[in-house]
Write a new protein. Structure first.
Length: 194
Protein backbone atom coordinates (compact mmCIF):
# COMPACT_ATOMS: atom_id res chain seq x y z
CA UNK A 1 0.00 0.00 0.00
CA UNK A 2 2.81 2.40 0.92
CA UNK A 3 4.62 1.73 -2.37
CA UNK A 4 1.45 2.49 -4.35
CA UNK A 5 1.06 5.75 -2.45
CA UNK A 6 4.69 6.70 -3.15
CA UNK A 7 4.25 5.93 -6.88
CA UNK A 8 1.05 7.97 -7.01
CA UNK A 9 2.73 10.91 -5.23
CA UNK A 10 5.74 10.69 -7.57
CA UNK A 11 3.44 10.77 -10.58
CA UNK A 12 1.68 13.85 -9.17
CA UNK A 13 5.06 15.48 -8.54
CA UNK A 14 6.18 14.81 -12.11
CA UNK A 15 2.94 16.19 -13.53
CA UNK A 16 3.22 19.36 -11.42
CA UNK A 17 6.90 19.77 -12.35
CA UNK A 18 6.02 19.41 -16.04
CA UNK A 19 3.19 21.92 -15.63
CA UNK A 20 5.53 24.46 -14.03
CA UNK A 21 8.19 23.86 -16.72
CA UNK A 22 5.51 24.63 -19.32
CA UNK A 23 4.32 27.74 -17.44
CA UNK A 24 7.87 29.07 -17.09
CA UNK A 25 8.48 28.40 -20.80
CA UNK A 26 5.24 30.06 -21.93
CA UNK A 27 6.04 33.12 -19.84
CA UNK A 28 8.92 33.79 -22.28
CA UNK A 29 6.43 35.55 -24.52
CA UNK A 30 5.71 38.16 -21.83
CA UNK A 31 8.85 40.26 -21.54
CA UNK A 32 9.79 43.92 -21.74
CA UNK A 33 13.28 44.60 -23.14
CA UNK A 34 15.37 47.18 -21.30
CA UNK A 35 18.47 49.07 -22.51
CA UNK A 36 20.80 47.24 -20.08
CA UNK A 37 20.23 43.91 -21.85
CA UNK A 38 18.22 42.27 -19.04
CA UNK A 39 14.46 42.25 -19.78
CA UNK A 40 11.56 42.41 -17.33
CA UNK A 41 10.03 38.92 -17.29
CA UNK A 42 7.47 36.77 -15.47
CA UNK A 43 9.67 33.68 -15.71
CA UNK A 44 11.61 34.48 -12.55
CA UNK A 45 8.42 34.66 -10.52
CA UNK A 46 7.19 31.29 -11.81
CA UNK A 47 10.58 29.62 -11.45
CA UNK A 48 10.93 30.68 -7.82
CA UNK A 49 7.29 29.84 -7.14
CA UNK A 50 7.93 26.29 -8.37
CA UNK A 51 10.52 25.77 -5.64
CA UNK A 52 8.32 27.35 -3.00
CA UNK A 53 5.24 25.30 -3.88
CA UNK A 54 6.67 22.01 -5.15
CA UNK A 55 9.70 21.79 -2.89
CA UNK A 56 13.40 21.36 -3.64
CA UNK A 57 13.12 18.23 -5.80
CA UNK A 58 10.10 18.83 -8.04
CA UNK A 59 10.51 22.61 -8.10
CA UNK A 60 14.16 22.41 -9.12
CA UNK A 61 13.34 19.71 -11.66
CA UNK A 62 10.72 21.95 -13.29
CA UNK A 63 13.26 24.76 -13.75
CA UNK A 64 15.90 22.28 -14.97
CA UNK A 65 13.48 21.02 -17.65
CA UNK A 66 12.84 24.63 -18.70
CA UNK A 67 16.61 25.24 -18.95
CA UNK A 68 17.10 22.08 -21.02
CA UNK A 69 14.27 23.06 -23.38
CA UNK A 70 15.95 26.39 -24.03
CA UNK A 71 19.43 24.86 -24.30
CA UNK A 72 18.31 22.46 -27.06
CA UNK A 73 16.86 25.30 -29.11
CA UNK A 74 13.30 26.10 -28.07
CA UNK A 75 12.83 29.89 -27.76
CA UNK A 76 11.90 29.86 -24.07
CA UNK A 77 14.52 32.29 -22.75
CA UNK A 78 12.49 35.47 -23.29
CA UNK A 79 12.22 34.63 -26.98
CA UNK A 80 15.82 33.42 -27.29
CA UNK A 81 17.22 29.91 -27.42
CA UNK A 82 20.41 27.89 -27.23
CA UNK A 83 23.02 26.95 -24.68
CA UNK A 84 25.00 30.08 -25.63
CA UNK A 85 22.33 32.22 -23.91
CA UNK A 86 23.28 30.56 -20.61
CA UNK A 87 27.02 30.47 -21.24
CA UNK A 88 27.71 33.80 -22.91
CA UNK A 89 24.52 35.89 -22.67
CA UNK A 90 24.12 38.74 -20.17
CA UNK A 91 21.07 36.96 -18.70
CA UNK A 92 22.71 33.53 -18.33
CA UNK A 93 23.41 34.03 -14.65
CA UNK A 94 19.75 34.82 -14.07
CA UNK A 95 18.71 31.62 -15.83
CA UNK A 96 20.97 29.57 -13.55
CA UNK A 97 19.68 31.67 -10.65
CA UNK A 98 16.13 30.55 -11.45
CA UNK A 99 17.10 26.98 -10.64
CA UNK A 100 19.31 27.76 -7.64
CA UNK A 101 16.72 30.18 -6.23
CA UNK A 102 13.98 27.56 -6.55
CA UNK A 103 16.25 25.02 -4.86
CA UNK A 104 17.13 27.39 -2.00
CA UNK A 105 13.49 28.34 -1.34
CA UNK A 106 12.41 24.71 -1.58
CA UNK A 107 15.02 23.52 0.90
CA UNK A 108 14.26 26.40 3.28
CA UNK A 109 10.54 25.62 3.32
CA UNK A 110 11.05 21.86 3.40
CA UNK A 111 12.82 22.13 6.73
CA UNK A 112 11.03 25.09 8.29
CA UNK A 113 7.46 24.78 6.99
CA UNK A 114 6.74 21.07 6.88
CA UNK A 115 3.20 20.14 5.76
CA UNK A 116 3.25 17.42 8.42
CA UNK A 117 3.46 19.94 11.26
CA UNK A 118 0.95 22.50 12.41
CA UNK A 119 2.18 26.07 12.15
CA UNK A 120 0.53 29.24 13.28
CA UNK A 121 -0.59 31.64 10.56
CA UNK A 122 2.13 34.08 11.60
CA UNK A 123 4.83 31.37 11.34
CA UNK A 124 3.55 30.30 7.92
CA UNK A 125 3.61 33.81 6.48
CA UNK A 126 6.97 34.69 8.04
CA UNK A 127 8.53 31.53 6.57
CA UNK A 128 7.00 32.26 3.16
CA UNK A 129 8.40 35.80 3.19
CA UNK A 130 11.85 34.56 4.26
CA UNK A 131 11.86 31.88 1.54
CA UNK A 132 10.83 34.39 -1.13
CA UNK A 133 13.52 36.86 -0.07
CA UNK A 134 16.14 34.09 0.02
CA UNK A 135 15.12 32.94 -3.47
CA UNK A 136 15.35 36.50 -4.83
CA UNK A 137 18.75 37.02 -3.18
CA UNK A 138 20.11 33.84 -4.78
CA UNK A 139 18.60 34.80 -8.14
CA UNK A 140 20.08 38.29 -8.14
CA UNK A 141 23.48 37.11 -6.85
CA UNK A 142 23.70 34.63 -9.74
CA UNK A 143 22.39 37.21 -12.20
CA UNK A 144 24.85 39.88 -11.15
CA UNK A 145 27.73 37.41 -11.20
CA UNK A 146 26.80 36.21 -14.69
CA UNK A 147 26.32 39.74 -16.02
CA UNK A 148 29.70 40.88 -14.66
CA UNK A 149 31.44 37.75 -16.03
CA UNK A 150 29.99 38.11 -19.53
CA UNK A 151 30.10 41.89 -19.95
CA UNK A 152 33.24 42.66 -17.97
CA UNK A 153 31.45 45.61 -16.35
CA UNK A 154 31.94 46.56 -12.71
CA UNK A 155 29.54 45.95 -9.84
CA UNK A 156 28.18 49.52 -9.98
CA UNK A 157 27.18 49.18 -13.65
CA UNK A 158 25.78 45.70 -13.02
CA UNK A 159 23.61 46.92 -10.14
CA UNK A 160 22.32 49.81 -12.26
CA UNK A 161 21.50 47.47 -15.17
CA UNK A 162 20.36 44.35 -13.30
CA UNK A 163 18.92 45.39 -9.94
CA UNK A 164 17.66 48.97 -9.69
CA UNK A 165 15.21 48.87 -12.65
CA UNK A 166 13.74 45.63 -11.33
CA UNK A 167 13.06 46.59 -7.71
CA UNK A 168 9.37 47.60 -8.18
CA UNK A 169 8.60 44.45 -10.19
CA UNK A 170 10.57 42.31 -7.76
CA UNK A 171 8.49 43.60 -4.86
CA UNK A 172 5.24 42.85 -6.70
CA UNK A 173 6.35 39.38 -7.85
CA UNK A 174 7.74 38.48 -4.42
CA UNK A 175 4.49 39.56 -2.79
CA UNK A 176 2.50 37.41 -5.23
CA UNK A 177 4.79 34.43 -4.58
CA UNK A 178 4.33 34.81 -0.82
CA UNK A 179 0.53 35.00 -1.17
CA UNK A 180 0.36 32.01 -3.53
CA UNK A 181 2.73 29.94 -1.42
CA UNK A 182 1.00 30.76 1.84
CA UNK A 183 -2.37 29.92 0.33
CA UNK A 184 -1.52 26.81 -1.71
CA UNK A 185 1.65 25.17 -0.37
CA UNK A 186 0.10 22.92 2.24
CA UNK A 187 -2.41 21.58 -0.30
CA UNK A 188 0.22 21.05 -3.01
CA UNK A 189 2.66 19.43 -0.61
CA UNK A 190 -0.14 17.18 0.65
CA UNK A 191 -0.56 15.87 -2.91
CA UNK A 192 3.10 15.06 -3.51
CA UNK A 193 4.37 14.09 -0.03
CA UNK A 194 3.49 11.20 2.23
Amino acid sequence: MSEKLNNKNSLKGMVLAALFAALISCAAFFHIPLPGGVPVVLQDMLALLSGMLLGPVWGTLSVFVFLVLGAIGLPVYSGKAGIQVIISGPTGGFLIGYMLGALAAGIFLRFLLSPKKDHTNAEKWIMCVCAAVLAEAVLFACGLGGFIRVTGKGMDVAVKACVIPFIPGMIIKTTLNVILTGSLRKRVQGMICN
